[in-house]
Design a binder for this molecule. Structure first.
Ligand code: ADP
Ligand code: MG
Length: 265
């Protein structure tokens, strides 16, 4: 079948790789099901299109460096009543990202800040957006290294380009002057040009201390919060949910408070 081979080669050269691979099977299927030409073509192109979307999503997920692939569907809102599910639902429409607004999750360790940030990111990736995930200590270490190696400006692009940048774990580490300036520059540079999802265990009133400078902290928060959705999570750590349950049954109550301060992951 010279025509078949020729057609397949044409499809491949045009980048329709999935359709080219499926051509034989789909032709046979079309004749069995007595499909019209239009239905046959429509189905074949649909499959190609879906496969491309899937591959593109997979590539963007990998490039995003997310620590896991948790979704918003997996989040148990009944465990964390301080979060209004409607607010998360509204964020999951991604209108915030289209408007270059920020999202800030605040709360103690284990309450689901990273999970919600990743969940929103997965939603964005599903919808064709680009995401990059970094913890604040990683970001600082990365840019310092780039600075020493003389490729600081190029490295900045990694953090400025994605539609959504997740800056996780702000607050566990106190920042020296140089680090505070890097964070300030990051938030200024993305201000009104790209979204940030930031998570922190610190209240905003503690940022002066965190950044070792109240003037820089005020200027940073000013940009970060100008167009921002702040979600304050109060409540129990989910990490110890089951241990606490077991604890109630197995150890005297006096031992339970010791479990409430988990070692950081
Ligand atoms: P944080 O970033 O606030 O320290 P994480 O998002 O890392 O907390 O949550 C800790 C662990 O508990 C993760 O495995 C996360 O998926 C899970 N988790 C936290 N809250 C919930 C929840 N309400 N429903 C389902 N899983 C949760
Ligand atoms: Mg976290």
């Amino acid at each position: 079948m010279v025509e078949l081979e020729h057609t397949r080669e044409l499809m491949k050269s045009m980048g329709l790789t999935t359709a080219a691979e499926l051509l034989d099977a789909r032709l046979e299927d079309a004749s069995h099901r007595e499909l019209t030409y239009l239905d046959f073509l429509g189905e074949l192109l649909d499959t190609e299109h879906q496969e491309r979307r899937r591959r593109s999503e997979e590539t963007r997920i990998k490039l995003s460096r997310l620590p896991n692939r948790k979704t918003l569907e997996e989040f148990d809102f009944s465990f964390q009543p301080s979060i209004d599910p409607r607010k998360i639902k509204e964020l999951s429409t991604l209108a915030f990202a289209a408007r270059n607004e920020n999202v800030v999750f605040l709360g103690p360790p284990g309450v689901g800040k990273t999970h919600l940030a990743v969940g929103l990111a997965m939603q964005a990736l599903r919808n064709g957006m680009t995401v990059y995930f970094v913890t604040l200590p990683q970001f600082i270490a990365d840019l310092r290294k780039a600075s020493i190696q003389g490729r600081l400006e190029r490295r900045w692009r990694v953090y400025l380009r994605p539609d959504i940048l997740i800056v996780d774990e702000v607050g566990y580490m106190q920042l020296d002057r140089e680090s505070a300036e890097l964070l300030f520059r990051l938030i200024c540079s993305r201000y009104e040009t790209g979204s940030i999802i930031l998570t922190s265990n610190k209240r905003f009133s503690e940022w002066g201390e965190l950044m070792s400078d109240t003037v820089i902290a005020t200027a940073t928060l000013d940009r970060l919060l100008h167009h921002a959705h702040v979600i304050n999570i109060r409540g129990e750590t989910y990490r110890l949910k089951d241990r606490l349950k077991i604890g109630v049954q197995m150890v005297p109550p006096a031992d339970i408070p010791a479990l409430e301060k988990p070692a950081k992951e």
